[in-house]
Write a protein that binds this ligand. Structure first.
Ligand code: C5P
Length: 380
């Protein structure tokens, strides 16, 4: 069913990949601007933004999962029930169209069904990517606060490497020499960009009166790359290795995110998060959504869209294709960075970016099936 899913006749996998590309570019720029455009003491709490992001994603996923569950109770016999058991949300929807309306009986049955699915025996599995994503989403703010837009975007592309590494470990995916070469080429490209960036600005720089610590930013990016690769591959493994619906899995993910996200809001300061650009912990004097202006809401909205689209990409495509979308985002954000932040175009930056994009392209070229020897997990 996933191969034929479309939106206005366009494959859903393509729609979600294009949307993710635009979302990636927009997020990097808006996130960076939201942190550096205001004085330190007027900045919003990043951990609160992460919490809000999880609450909104959870609410949206819950409404879709609930709608699907209610629609699914329309015909719980014969062919439709068999489809429904596969957990394909599109089939749920179809079942509901011929349905018996939203009568209280069905709503009750749908709610009961959804509760059973969300709190199923294997729901605990989502606690692992949930915690990892909360850490990653907080680190993203540290990185965006301490690095310029293109450096953040390009170094964050290293998550293609970590995604490949965890795909080998968790999904037992075998990578051809060509793909490993592409990955090394990618790492080299990222290095070229980092080199020119550090010689141009030093290890610590100021941007519009906002102190930026490049070492801290790079450390945050590296950690975020690790959690991104592990969480993404783990989520793919759980999603494609079971029959549960994507939206049910998303509800479970958001549910398990809440506790760590709340803990991050009230956590004491630690060195990586410390300093003016950090997701400062909430004090008794400061409400958790203090200084939550238009830019903060823009960041949260873009992150919510990104989270939902990421889930769709993993469901209808995979983590590797997600990496390809990210490489396109580099080109877009680079162009936007020139216009918005007066970023200096240097030859080495262009060469590095070209290497990153070329290697991502090479990595995504399919090998002959016999050579690669990759057996995909069953996709239901
Ligand atoms: O770095 P990466 O592209 O893997 O980031 C994925 C983002 O998507 C994270 O912010 C994560 O919280 C979000 N996500 C989500 N729901 C999923 C998978 C990822 O909200 N099912």
């Amino acid at each position: 069913a996933s191969a034929t899913a479309t939106v206005a006749g366009i494959p859903l996998s393509l729609v979600s990949l294009v949307t993710l590309t635009v979302q990636n570019s927009a997020l990097t720029i808006v996130l960076h601007y939201s942190r550096i455009s205001v004085p330190k003491d007027k900045s919003y709490n990043a951990a609160s933004a992460v919490l809000l992001n999880e609450l909104l994603k959870g609410a949206i996923s819950l409404s879709i999962a609930f709608r699907n569950a209610v629609a699914g109770t329309a015909s719980t016999s014969g062919r439709d029930y068999a489809k429904l058991e596969t957990g394909d949300s599109l089939d749920y929807r179809r079942g509901g169209q011929g349905g018996d309306g939203w009568d209280p009986q069905r709503i009750k049955a749908g709610a009961r069904r959804l509760m059973g699915e969300v709190f199923s025996r294997d729901c605990w599995k989502l606690s692992i990517p949930a915690c990892l994503y909360v850490v990653q989403n907080n680190l993203q703010f540290v990185a965006a606060s301490n690095l310029d837009v293109p450096t953040f975007q390009v170094t964050y592309n290293l998550k293609i490497l970590t995604t490949a590494l965890f795909s080998v470990i968790l999904l037992r995916r075998r990578l051809s020499p060509k793909k490993w070469f592409a990955l090394l080429f990618l790492a080299a490209g990222v290095g070229v960009v980092q080199l020119q960036s550090s010689t141009a600005s030093g290890s610590s720089s100021s941007h519009g009166g906002h102190e930026m610590n490049q070492t801290k930013g790079l450390l945050a990016v590296m950690c975020a790359c690790m959690t991104s690769g592990l969480a993404g591959v783990y989520f793919e493994m759980v999603l494609k290795g079971s029959k549960a619906d994507l939206w049910t899995r998303n509800v479970q993910l958001s549910f398990f995110s809440l506790l760590p996200a709340i803990m991050a809001v009230f956590a004491p300061d630690v060195s990586l998060f410390g300093g003016a650009s950090a997701p400062s912990p909430v004090t008794a004097r400061q409400p958790i959504f203090a200084n939550f202006g238009l830019w903060a809401w823009a960041v949260v909205s873009i992150q919510v869209v990104g989270g939902l689209v990421t889930a769709l990409v993993i469901r209808y495509s995979d983590n590797i294709m997600k990496g390809f979308a990210t490489s396109l985002a580099i080109v877009l954000s680079f162009c936007a960075g020139i216009v918005l932040f007066d970023f200096q175009v240097t030859l080495s930056f262009l060469v590095g970016t070209a290497m990153v994009v070329a290697s991502t392209y090479l990595y995504n070229q399919p090998d002959a099936p016999r050579k690669e020897g990759y057996t995909p997990l069953p996709s239901t």
